[in-house]
Write a protein that binds this ligand. Structure first.
Ligand SMILES: Cc1cc2nc3c(=O)[nH]c(=O)nc-3n(C[C@H](O)[C@H](O)[C@H](O)COP(=O)(O)OP(=O)(O)OC[C@H]3O[C@@H](n4cnc5c(N)ncnc54)[C@H](O)[C@@H]3O)c2cc1C
Length: 532
């Protein structure tokens, strides 16, 4: 069963090895966990529903609790403390586009706010009930989870929009295909959510971001049904697909999603390469992508992330041996770890690997082969479970991400890290901060920073610390040529920072578009645009 107050399945957990805990104590100090509230206590707080009865709507308190929050840090703190604030008044689980239409018409008639809900993995407050006086209905798309059609000639698959990652892949794999979209939230996030929040998967280098994968589909909007046809490309004016990409539930509910799929690759391997310095590692990454070497995945950890990952990996003895070997080859203090993916036919992968080896070797890269890469691949979707393990020890973890051009990558990454590292210093609190670059483009890349601090004495103190860290760093990002989000979307948490990158006219145009689809303003208010 899915955890009601954290990430993933109750049956899965990860632990922090003993030396990993020591590592954290050294960096941020000893911690003690805050007490977790019991589900039964939260259920007592759920107020009566304000929704009129409808056969497709459940007002069961537990369903309402389970759909009240996503996975941002404030969401996490709300779920663990029991201080939810707001709950949706009901949850519906439609099975067809017609049922979605029926629910939407009901909401329009009754003046009910409607929140489309995919996997609820938002880390930016997308699906939390807004601060409005109207009743709120959450529409969980999870029952629309099937592969509806596969056109093998055009390689286009049509899915129910609520299909989560594992069901997308298993249904395609059974027919010899893959979508190749692997966000770290793969286990729970859905196709509709990916499109609506412009998601990016770990292998976007080969398969593209969701923008490249999304070919068309069906959207039920408050003013009617819209079918978006598929074209390989078109110069017929602005692209309606692009209006729906990133619409974050403000314009309608995607019920069917058509995606561009690929035949399963003959071979796939992940290699781990260490570099003596950040400068060499970053240069190699830029050269790989600007040289158009067709890798399927590339990720570059800075020195602190490399050190942290090795400390939390367990297998102390093996890691010590590895580090001694790397030190002998010149990668000691300050070493940086690169993981790269090579996917394709045997012939293709051989050529790609040779190209990648030449570029990385010229920058002092030491290739350790596929062993660590296999570990990475085996655990790639388990990492979110670490949050629970850290929480149980009294540590809080969150991430921030952006993207910027190459000329600004180091500058912005340093600003972000320094700000996170020092913001709580006046309070005597240390924050452990580390970064990786991923999702590489010839123009630039994304910067993904993780920060760990210990929980405060109370929930409100912990939330206050988070606000200081998040708000100041978000301002820094948009004031220094970074986008407020490369892949997590806008939601409610990033909405105040959107005008800095869209400009006044841009925001008015987005607002006008939302109004065109949703004149009554009932679709997911306060998400994407903050001042409704
Ligand atoms: C541990 C973790 C790791 C993550 N890793 C990544 C990552 O690697 N890459 C990445 O891109 N993101 C990542 N995310 C963020 C998140 O998973 C993505 O934003 C994802 O696209 C959300 O999908 P979802 O189905 O969970 O949508 P939800 O969270 O349910 O909703 C997100 C938004 O989409 C709207 N929406 C959902 N379904 C529909 C629909 N059918 N029609 C219209 N609107 C809809 C919602 O109203 C909401 O505004 C991560 C999150 C977590 C918690």
């Amino acid at each position: 069963m899915r955890r009601w107050n954290g990430w993933g399945s109750e049956a899965t957990s990860m632990s922090i090895p003993g030396n990993g805990e020591d590592f954290l104590v050294e960096r941020v100090g000893p911690a003690s966990p805050l007490p977790d509230v019991a589900l039964a206590d939260v259920l007592q707080q759920v107020p009566d529903s304000r929704l009129p009865a409808h056969p497709l709507i459940s007002t069961d308190p537990e369903a309402r609790v389970r759909h009240a929050r996503g996975q941002s840090l404030p969401d996490w703190l709300a779920m663990r403390s029991g201080e939810f604030g707001r709950f949706p008044d009901g949850v519906a689980y439609p099975e067809t586009s017609d049922q979605v239409r029926e629910l939407m018409d009901f909401c329009l008639e009754q003046d009910i706010v409607l929140i489309p809900y995919g996997g609820g993995t938002s880390v930016a407050g997308h699906i939390n009930p807004p601060e409005v006086d109207k009743p709120v209905l959450t529409v969980d798309m999870g029952r629309m989870n099937r592969l509806l059609e596969l056109d093998t000639e055009s390689q286009i698959a049509t899915f129910g929009a609520g299909t989560p990652g594992p069901l997308v892949e298993s249904q395609l794999r059974a027919k010899g295909y893959t979508l190749g979209h692997f966000p770290q939230s793969f286990e729970l996030s859905t196709l509709g959510g990916w499109v609506a929040s412009r998601s990016s998967g770990q292998q976007s280098l080969r398969y593209g971001r969701i923008e490249q994968l999304f070919a068309g589909g069906r959207v039920e909007t408050p003013v009617g049904r819209m079918d978006i046809p598929t074209f390989p490309a078109s110069s017929a004016g602005p692209d309606v697909r692009e209006m729906i990409l990133g619409s974050e539930g403000r314009m309608g509910i995607l019920t069917e999603v058509k995606v561009r799929v690929s035949p399963l690759a003959e071979q796939e391997n992940f290699y781990v390469i260490f570099f003596p310095s950040w400068e060499q590692a970053r240069t190699a990454a830029r050269q790989l992508v600007q040289g158009r070497v067709p890798l399927s995945m590339l990720r570059l950890s800075n020195a602190v992330e490399t050190e942290t990952q090795l400390a939390l990996a367990g297998h102390e003895k093996l890691i010590r041996l590895l580090e001694a070997y790397l030190a002998r080859r010149g990668a000691d203090q300050g070493k940086c770890m690169m993981t790269l993916g090579v996917t394709g036919t045997k012939l293709q992968t051989k050529a790609v690997l040779a190209q990648a080896r030449a570029i990385t070797k010229a920058q002092g890269g030491i290739n350790t082969g596929t062993l660590l890469g296999k570990k990475w691949a085996a655990n790639r979707f388990r990492m979110p479970y670490l949050r629970e393990a850290l929480w149980q020890l009294g540590y809080v973890v969150d991430t921030l991400e952006t993207a910027t051009d190459w000329d600004n990558v180091d500058h912005l990454a340093n600003l972000i890290e320094n700000n996170l590292r020092t913001t709580l210093s006046p309070l005597g609190e240390a924050v452990h901060v580390f970064t990786h670059l991923s999702h590489f483009y010839s123009q630039g890349c994304s910067i993904y920073t993780t920060y760990v601090f210990r929980a405060g004495a109370t929930y409100s103190e912990t939330l206050e610390w988070w606000k200081q860290l998040k708000y100041s760093t978000s301002s820094l990002i948009v004031n220094n040529r970074g986008t407020i989000s490369h892949q997590h979307g806008v939601g409610k948490d990033h909405a105040p920072y959107l005008p800095a990158e869209k400009g006044g006219l841009g925001i008015r145009a987005i607002r006008a578009l939302c109004r065109e689809f949703d004149p009554k303003g009932l679709m997911n208010p306060q998400t994407l645009l903050s001042d409704d």
